[in-house]
Design a protein around this ligand. Sequence first.
Ligand code: HEM
Length: 351
Amino acid sequence: MLLDFDEHRLHRRALAVAFKSGPMQAYLGELNAGIVAGLARWPRRREFKFYPAIKQLTLDLAATSFLGEELGPELDKVKRAFIDMVAASIAVIRKPLPGTQMRRGTRGRAFIVEYFARQIPRRRARGGQDLFSRLCHLTWEDGSLLSNEQIVDHMSFLMMAAHDTLTSSLTSFVYRLATHPAWQEEVRRELRGFGLAPGEPLPFERLDDFVTTEAAFKEAMRLTPPVPSIPRRAVRDFEFKGFRIPAGTNVNVNPLFTHYMPEVWPEPDRYDPTRFGTAASRGRHKFAFVPFGGGAHMCLGLNFSHMQAKCFAWHFFNRFRVSMAKDYRPSWSMWPIPYPRDGLKVTLDAV
Ligand code: HEM
């Protein structure tokens, strides 16, 4: 994300191979198994905090679909290191002084670098379906392999890019459907129409059939974009609304603002998945809906994210009705990535 122009294009092209249909089918296998196992541990018929539970689940899913194999006791260390790195990336104290989050983050980073570098030769020798093993086999256009350092940096970034964004979007998705039970029923009706038994693995070929579910997920991300501010730098002088912006200025694109523009989204505060129907979407500006950014840097994990959201919806709404106490209005922090301050208290009942 921090590269630009030719260097960025080369890396992006190399990484894109890991998100083609073949690898995606393998990741879906891991997601199916991981989600079923994770949901089995969630409590029923009593209130619990959804946000920490889904955070744990997305981290477990990233670990299996990105890292593959059973990692044994090291898996917990890898997960802990990522949590510390993400927390350090927004820590106020930017020096790794003793006792600070930055110190824990830099230690986590050192462990991750050592851990990935140690695994690369083994993964090169034996292959594998997970993202990490695929990166170990990626080549540049001249046929040479990515360096250890490049693989480590891409893996760290992918784990971080995937984890909090998916946690945030799945939380707001479940929150919106818990507060709009009629839409929750619509989603369930769609899933029931697939003719598959609840608990069965979701087949890759069914992903395009999630029309209502996808609209419900997108509308949740419109109202609560997981990345509320996207960094850019002006490559040339330009004018915007009467302000002259010189080349080199840092500017932020703000999806939160864009997603609430009443001229594009009438009654912007209202949750209404029909906005993403074919007719309603026709003619809408292509940058009106930008949870995944846009242009040369648009999120490479967009299809992966939709696939994970659908796989989650398939297993979750098929088995559970999710509700919240009447009059309960959780407060959301929108920074650095939207999350409910109290963890979002929900109750699951079998359907
Ligand atoms: C709901 C989940 C996600 C959201 C909302 C999201 C959002 C974003 C946004 C806003 C950007 C910056 C785009 C720009 O600058 O225009 C981005 C970049 C990126 N994301 Fe995601 N992301 C999500 C999940 C993922 C996942 C699951 C992966 C990988 C498995 C991923 C990989 C990346 C990569 C590699 C980039 C950098 C692309 C580039 O600079 O060329 N993201 N994402």
